[in-house]
Design a protein around this ligand. Structure first.
Ligand code: SF4
Length: 317
């Protein structure tokens, strides 16, 4: 069972903003398993793309490394919840970056198409700081590799932890944080992000969650606060088909419309892309309403995000 885990910092934030509590408190509906939900919707357990105990090579240019099975707190909607936490550790899923490094280096050297290493988990910023620094230093020396990216929700759950990684962070090019609600953006979060930005570009990915952030007003406020903190909104994930999370799921059509409604009220660079991970590890697609249709090879009808009406446009070469 996916244990309840809440950092003292986030617990305090939940006391101030009870809406946040829904993300970390157990709900008995988690025990439901509707027909179409899976324990491993992204097929991370599957052997198809696994090239070692901790690495998944799904996209040709990127290698995902599961650096740990631990997180600072547990999100009840986590798509990897069957792999994260004490039950996963007890089932023998322990991760050792030290043991795996030689094989990984060998693999990346022989796969020059791999341009980016993505470190995820669990939460990479819960790995022992000296191990992460040593691991990244070695990975960074592979000449065919262009960038290193880390995914983390630590700046939200326990922002003080980021300062322990001052040796490791200079090796990181991109950091993707995970913020779902404007209330998660506190002064502590902003300071932690400022620290991360010394070396890296920082993006955000959110999960669209019913009763938490499923309104254009909340999403719009979130985007403004992210940008004011130096974070670029990037992805908004439509909830995966993971077991026991249906109470967090929003209707598909309304979700697409909600993100569509952000056009016209937010500058383009603040609008996250609503994305869906196709179950079975088949990749990610953007859920976007078509804003144009071809009426001939050179003519299209385009829909205005401002008044919703269609207008004629002709190619002019
Ligand atoms: S921080 Fe990420 S990996 Fe950890 S429980 Fe939350 S969603 Fe899952």
């Amino acid at each position: 069972m996916f244990a309840v885990k809440i950092s003292p910092y986030f617990k305090k934030l939940c006391d101030t903003y009870p809406v946040l509590r829904k993300m970390v408190e157990f709900d008995k509906r988690e025990n439901d398993l509707p027909d179409l939900e899976f324990t491993d919707p992204a097929s991370d357990h599957g052997q198809n793309h696994k090239i070692s105990n901790i690495a998944i090579h799904r996209y040709p240019d990127r290698l995902l490394i599961v650096t740990t099975l631990q997180c600072a707190s547990h999100c009840r909607f986590c798509f990897r919840k069957s792999m994260v936490g004490s039950h996963a550790l007890a089932a023998g899923g322990a991760v050792s970056l030290v043991d795996e490094l030689p094989e990984l280096i060998e693999y990346i050297r022989n796969a020059p198409g791999v341009r980016e290493v993505v470190l995820s988990g669990g939460d990479t910023l819960t790995v022992k700081p000296w191990i992460l620094a040593w691991f990244l230093k070695n990975i960074k020396q592979i000449r065919t590799l262009r960038t290193i990216r880390i995914h983390t929700r630590v700046p939200v759950y326990d922002p003080d932890l980021v300062y322990r990684y001052k040796e490791a962070l200079p090796y990181v090019d991109t950091i993707v944080v995970h913020v779902n609600h404007p209330y998660e953006i506190t002064d502590d979060f902003k300071e932690a992000v400022a620290f991360l930005r010394k070396n890296s570009i920082v993006y955000n990915q959110s999960v669209l969650l019913k009763g938490i952030n499923d309104s254009s007003d909340t999403l719009s406020d979130l985007s403004y606060k992210l940008v004011q903190s130096g974070v670029t909104p990037y992805y908004l994930h439509y909830l995966d088909l993971v077991q026991g999370v249906s109470h967090f799921r929003t209707p598909l059509k309304e979700s697409i419309q909600m993100v569509q409604n952000l056009r016209g009220r937010l500058p383009g660079y603040m609008i996250p892309r609503l994305v869906l991970d196709i179950p079975g590890g088949k990749g990610k697609i953007a859920l976007e309403k078509q804003m144009f249709r071809f009426i001939s090879d050179t003519e299209i009808m385009v829909r205005s995000p401002l008044d919703g009406k269609e207008y004629y446009y002709r190619e002019q070469l």
